[in-house]
Design a protein around this ligand. Structure first.
Ligand code: SF4
Length: 717
């Protein structure tokens, strides 16, 4: 076992906190502060501190499992398991065509794995049916960012800019629970005299920190943003010069906003006109201001338009592409950013290229050594792919995702997964989804392998291997290498992450998310590099197989045009559109896909708690986290609880058109009386996603996790 201290990063959320790992003599791994990493400056939340608990062999898989004739999952050799997967994928293709094989990835996969998974699907399997759980995370913000700015990068500036801004509006983000170390940026903002405005239907721990908290009805953030823009116009706070010089499309967006009178918006949202006016004042008076969104406005069937409305507010007030101002999305999953850039998304090729762009197909096909015409076209989005399991899609290869818990309308998705002819899952633990598989492959995880991730700032990071993996597990890259070989593709699927990254550099070169100037060496020396970071043009023109290392910061050559420093701040000179101008996109309020009615009179919204992460597959195996957050609950206002006759801790059934979940009542004034909240980390009776609505945003194909109609029923203790 190695015994040195290894600087690396947390396996969980998109903050990608830096940490040091040290193997202890008893076989455990110690986490210690890594103060040199600027994002978290040594701070970690409980999930990060306890992450090594999931490395222990008593909670994880260390042998492949294969379902036997009696229906049980039993240990098998790697050859037996891989042979079975290859045979089933080959059979499915032969009997039903390549699109009958599906691939489902995850926002936790490293860039190297996400890249290889996309290549594996398109080159080895020839299927268009690949998407990933990151679709459920940030796709609405990505779609809106591309429409307005021509580019999607979560934050167009580093977190360190936040405390220097004059005002930040945080929309639908409870980062005090989802990424606690980031809260210090907002505390510093206030210490510096800036204003924090939080918009959330619940008075969360984050909202408690705010100078102003607005609590709109779930699903009405779009109307709220339009009402604010209406007031900006009415009060003469529009930045006409900025609009003239840096944008197009203002007149249509202006007309749409003018239809949203403050009194009308108050009726829709429940936010009073004086609160709207105060928000506009606080946002417009300082020299700089930001709007940051998270899953609240994004996980809606109108998520793209909702984010677009917030972007319009920024553009109308000249708060985008200027120092300490802008719109940003707080990406959720560990590699939610990088995972959407390199090809596991249904419509994308590496470098954030579009699969339906002939030039992009030619470029990537050349790197991959295949005919561009052999690459399939765009496939189904995540929910649509899962919904097609057992019908159009007969076999599925799934990595790093647990849709039985995390997908909307989860009981239906579980039934679709059960109806598959064949399911193979790669995971570190036997998740609820892995438990349904025909073959389960035990794979290495964060501390046991090297790879890169890209955090919410667009900062590409190097996660280093700190310990030797346990006997019996292999990396996802080895899995894809072995399967490719068994399916007749002997070359092009290396198992060394750096070799994969070198190819990713070439595939991304010239694309929107250009990594070609980034190397493992630079990442190690510079504590991360922001994309886009193009390689020297001559290296590209020369068509070299391996790009040269870009010079390091202390290298005098860095000042020459051949050394790109990376791009911490985007859009300061121009936006990434053909003419360099941002686009206003006219949007109007519309209702959620499922409004409350007599039968289902209450709104359900879902989210996370500090001690659990996403579907809980990892964190539910950590004793300290389970002690802090042992199970689901229903957050409910005292008035609603009284009508139901429920006391604190009483079991309450929450029923939607899709299912029923039962969990103890947590009675609090911190939520609106017309809304209940459930965290979504648990399977079984308290599974919040049994209730959620898969109504999709027409552009991003994001399901409406954040608002659906339910009724409450008292349950006998
Ligand atoms: Fe890990 Fe996120 Fe917690 Fe940081 S905030 S320690 S990255 S889970």
């Amino acid at each position: 076992m190695q015994t040195t201290v290894t600087p690396t990063h947390c396996p969980y959320c998109a903050l990608q906190c830096g940490m040091n790992l040290t193997p202890a003599p008893d076989g455990t791994v110690e986490v210690s502060e890594r103060a040199d990493f600027p994002v978290n400056r040594g701070a970690l939340c409980g999930k990060g501190r306890t992450a090594p608990a999931v490395l222990a062999t008593n909670v994880r898989l260390t042998s492949p499992l294969v379902r036997d004739a009696g229906g049980s999952l039993v240990p098998a050799s790697w050859d037996e398991a891989l042979d079975r997967i290859a045979a089933e994928l080959r059979r499915t293709r032969a009997e039903h065509g390549p699109d009958a094989v599906g691939v489902f990835g995850g926002g936790g996969l490293t860039n190297e794995k996400a890249y290889t998974l996309g290549k594996f699907a398109r080159v080895v399997l020839g299927t268009s049916q690949i998407d990933y759980n990151g679709r459920f995370c940030m796709s609405s913000a990505a779609a809106a960012g591309i429409k307005a700015f021509g580019l999607d990068r979560g934050l167009p500036f580093p977190l360190e800019d936040i405390p220097k801004s004059g005002c930040v509006i945080l929309v639908g983000s409870n980062l005090a629970e989802t990424m606690p170390p980031s809260l210090r940026y907002f505390t510093e903002l206030k210490e510096n005299g800036g204003t924090l405005i939080v918009i959330d239907p619940r008075r969360t721990k984050t909202a408690e920190q705010a100078d102003l908290h607005l609590a709109p009805r779930p699903g009405t953030d779009l109307a709220l943003a339009l009402g604010l823009l209406h007031l900006v116009i009415a009060e003469g706070r529009v930045d006409e010069e900025y609009i003239r010089e840096r944008t197009v499309g203002w007149e249509d967006a202006r007309a749409a906003a003018m239809a949203h009178w403050p009194e009308y918006v108050e009726r829709i949202t429940g936010v009073s006109v004086p609160q709207l006016r105060e928000t506009v004042r606080l946002f417009c008076e300082p020299e700089s201001a930001m709007v940051l969104t998270a899953r609240g406005p994004e996980q809606q069937s109108k998520g793209t338009d909702t984010v677009g409305a917030w972007i319009n507010l920024c553009l109308a007030t000249g708060r985008a592409g200027r120092p300490l101002s802008g719109y940003g999305c707080l990406t959720g999953q560990g590699n939610g950013q990088g995972g959407r850039e390199h090809g596991q998304k249904a419509d994308q090729l590496p470098g954030y290229r579009k699969l339906d762009d002939p030039a992009a197909r030619r470029h990537v096909a050349e790197v991959w050594g295949v005919d561009p015409d052999s690459l399939p076209g765009p496939g189904r989005s995540a929910y649509e792919l899962l919904d097609a399991l057992g019908t159009d899609i007969r076999s599925l290869l799934l990595m790093a995702s647990n849709p039985v818990v995390s997908a909307p309308r989860a009981a239906h998705i579980e039934e679709r997964i059960r109806s598959l002819e064949f399911l193979a899952v790669c995971d570190v633990v036997l998740s609820e989804t892995a438990a349904l598989a025909d073959v389960v492959l035990p794979v290495t995880q964060w501390a046991e392998e090297t790879g890169t991730t890209t955090n919410l700032e667009g900062r590409v990071l190097l996660r280093r291997r700190a310990i030797t993996p346990p006997e019996g597990v292999r990396s996802d890259l080895e899995v894809m290498h072995e399967l490719a070989a068994r399916l007749g593709v002997e070359k092009g699927f290396p198992t060394d992450p750096e070799e994969v990254f070198e190819e990713l550099r070439r595939a991304s070169a010239g694309g929107p998310a250009d990594y070609s100037g980034i190397t493992y060496r630079r990442l190690a020396e510079e504590n991360g590099v922001f994309w886009p970071c193009p390689a020297p043009a001559e290296a590209m023109d020369g068509g070299e197989d391996t790009l040269p290392d870009a010079p390091l910061p202390d290298d005098p050559a860095r000042e020459t045009p051949t050394a790109h420093p990376g791009t911490p701040r985007l859009f300061l000179d121009r936006f990434a559109t053909p003419d360099g101008r941002a686009r206003f996109v006219p949007v109007s309020h519309r209702a959620t896909a499922e409004e409350p009615d007599d039968e289902y009179p209450v709104l359900l919204t879902t989210g996370r708690v500090v001690a659990q992460y996403q579907s809980g597959a990892q964190t539910r195996r950590v004793a300290e986290l389970n002690a802090a957050a042992p199970g689901p609950f229903v957050e409910i206002h005292p008035r609603l609880a009284a009508r139901l006759g429920a006391a604190e801790g009483d079991p309450v059934a929450v029923v939607s058109r899709r299912g029923r979940a039962v969990a103890p009542a947590r009675i609090t004034n911190a939520i609106r009386p017309d809304t209940v909240f459930m965290p979504f980390h648990w399977p079984g009776e308290g599974r919040a996603n049994s209730l959620t609505n898969p109504a999709l945003d027409p552009t991003s194909r994001m399901p409406e996790f954040k608002a659906c109609a339910v009724r409450l029923e008292a349950v006998e203790r």
